[in-house]
Design a protein around this ligand. Sequence first.
Ligand code: FRU
Length: 522
Amino acid sequence: MTKNLILGLLSLFLFSCQKNSTSVKSDSEDFRPEYHFTPNKNWVNDPNGLFYYEGKYHMYFQHYPKGNVWGPMHWGHATSYDLINWNEEKIALYPDESGYIFSGSIVVDSNNSSGLAKDDQIPIIAIYTNHDPKGENNEALQSETQHLAYSLDSGYTWTKYTANPIITNPGINDFRDPKVIWDDDNNKWVLVVAASQEVFMYESSDLKDWKFISKFGESYGNHDGVWECPDLMKLPVTDEDQAKWVLTVSINPGGPNGGSATQYFIGDFDGTNFTIDENFAKEITSNNTFWLDFGKDNYASVSFDSARKSDGSKIMVGWMSNWEYATKVPTTTWRNGMTFPREVKLKKTDNSYRLISNPVRDLNLARSKKIEGSNLKISTENKTIVESQIIGLNSTEVNIQLAINDGEKYTFSLSNDINEKIVFGYDDLTKQFFIDRSKSGIIDFSETFANKVFYAPRTSKNEILHIKALIDRASIELFYDEGETVMTELFFSTQKFNSLKVKTEYRDANLDKVEIHEIKSN
Ligand code: FRU
């Protein structure tokens, strides 16, 4: 039963009692999160083919079911009613003699535009990259083509289309990760696919015959690595009677803090061309790139098909890892999982736009115990906000609101009894968010996992800072400024974290509001 413990102000801070931490062996199962998707066994990377149908969310994923490192790719499959509890289903697509099943997307073909329906069963259409491994040693083979498979039982079993490929290779080795959307304004299917360091766009009326219409990217954004996993979305602008188009593209390497990450562009799509918004274009020139997430561990994020939100927002899920070290993270029975699903929409700034991401509101249903306080005095000495005797910190949502003192630095630390810790916060002098996992426990599996402090620039001008942190055993997802800047990071502490502390750098200050919820899955 949900238990609300409303604690008064200072009692939160002054509370101190015997430490009673649960010491755990650091084996794989100890790192299993409570409310994030991880595979039962073995390797996963990108989320694929996200769609919502008949009350269920379906998620497929790049999967190697025979080992805990990347191998011949299959599409694993999981379903959920609430985006929190996931049930792993049978493997959906197996590699065959023509190649591995790389990333791709799914649409619900409600009007049977593909003509693949049978016995009134709505076809669910998957379009993915067939990757012929022979091309890995012979670039001339240009071995990536786009294939179609369909399901007539709501996404559980699949038939590969006999006339594959549906899009042949245009002479580019890296030509993958098709994302299909229904363009309601122009009444047609549109497909975006990564082609080296650009995004190619195609159109179709039947999901089988595709015509090239345009490309985007040559002079925009980051080009330090190969572009992968694009998505094209029409999103509402909060508090404005308009919508704009967003193109997201993952890149590896080239991320803001090293390795893989996802950049985004805001503009318009007229049914043929994606044109970047003029003011947004000026901003990316001066800021270099806008990132969906500045943390190291959110890659290949894509959105759900048919999960229509009443406000037009979309739900995105990313792979919670980084190609720099994904095959080496210290889990063994399973390797890597997904970010918590996020609702994305746009916000208007003075003369441009920002993409806003926040945890899907379904999270509220998984809240269990709660504590809250207001006007909490803090200083340059570390002060405990809360310890795990009061509320579990292992699987938690933390919400903090504070009025920023000019030039102040706010440092939060999540720690355990052997002083392993994750340190994060905001420095108003440099106008940067930061996170440091160099003392977070096991870090020596990779030279770049915790070699430095990771930063994200603050773009909001709000004098109030909102921080939302989702903590789930081995990950923290930080949503600053109501989702304007996000940082997602993994960590592998050898004991669970059981204390959250805060300090300032220069003067006494206040946390105006603190609200902490324990999160429980079923
Ligand atoms: C991105 C990616 C995709 C590719 C898949 C292979 O992480 O490299 O471009 O389709 O992973 O597993």
